[in-house]
Write a protein that binds this ligand. Structure first.
Ligand code: B12
Length: 211
């Protein structure tokens, strides 16, 4: 059984060798602990963020942390996304909103949605509201998932929802990422919010079945 505290600590210390060894252990043990390993890695990312705020880490460390986290996701992916289910082959939009370049969480959510039968149009990072509105119109999209990790992403999400409404589009919007909360969801005017990719999948499935 992997020591998840040690994994979180190694991630926070950007100790690549230990992270790699512990993740390999999770996978050789069958991968059933992949969600716990993911949680530990995220804990480690919180430490990285804290050390960055305290001036101990610099942007270069954030970049390295991002690479390490992406590697971790790739190692765990096959065990994380054992989805199944139809998703009714629903097409949907997913992106990181304007002003925000973080995409590791978005990519995890994408993998989970695809594994559950959704066809995801990934509009990438720093995605302006107009692009989302235009794509939703052109592709007759009914579900839009917005990701953001910066606090300022909340403003972009609000603007995006406003523009979707102004364009008269009948779409369901789910928002996710660290700064998102029930209050933020209400303020932004989105239909649902989530931190966990599994809740995203469950919510989108429920919507897909109701169309
Ligand atoms: C890695 C990292 C980076 C990398 C990102 C690489 C990449 N390809 O994404 C780089 C180096 C680019 C970066 C840049 C910056 N960063 Co940065 N970064 C981080 C760090 C350390 C980890 C983020 C991460 O990947 N977490 C792991 C993933 C898996 O978690 P997640 O994104 O939250 O996703 C999960 C859930 O939220 C959810 N989810 C995610 N998306 C969605 C979508 C939907 C629809 C749903 C339902 C759910 C969902 O599912 C995921 C899996 O569970 C965080 C610290 C932290 N604690 O997160 C800081 C952090 C986010 N960064 C921060 C800052 C300040 C910056 C910079 C401004 C630094 C600078 N001075 O340049 C720039 C901003 C650039 C920009 N305009 O976006 C701050 C943000 C502060 C704030 N509150 O606004 C943080 C919190 C660090 C800190 N504590 O100061 N960063």
């Amino acid at each position: 059984m992997v020591d998840f505290d040690a994994l979180a600590e190694a991630m926070g210390e950007l100790d690549e060798d230990t992270v790699k060894d512990l993740l390999d252990q999770v996978m050789t043990e069958g991968g059933s602990d992949a969600p716990k390993a993911m949680e530990a890695c995220q804990k480690g990312m919180d430490t990285v963020g804290k050390l960055f705020e305290e001036g101990e880490y610099f942007v270069g460390d954030l970049i390295y942390a991002g690479e390490l986290m992406t590697e971790a996701v790739n190692t765990l992916k096959s065990a994380l996304v054992e989805g199944g289910g139809s998703g009714l082959k629903t097409r949907m939009i997913l992106c990181t909103v304007k002003g925000d370049l973080h995409d590791i969480g978005k990519n995890i959510v994408r993998s989970m949605l695809e594994a559950n039968g959704f066809e995801v149009l990934d509009l990438g990072i720093d995605c302006p509201p107009e692009k989302i509105v235009d794509t939703a119109k052109a592709e007759n999209i009914k579900i839009v998932a917005l990701s953001g990790v910066l606090t300022l992403a909340l403003d972009s999400m609000k603007k995006t929802v406003e523009e979707l409404k102004a364009a008269g589009l009948d779409v369901k919007v789910i928002i996710g990422g660290a700064p998102v909360s029930a209050d933020a969801c209400l303020n932004i005017g989105a239909d649902e919010w989530a931190h966990s990719p599994q809740k995203t999948v469950d919510t989108c499935k429920k919507w897909a079945e109701s169309f």
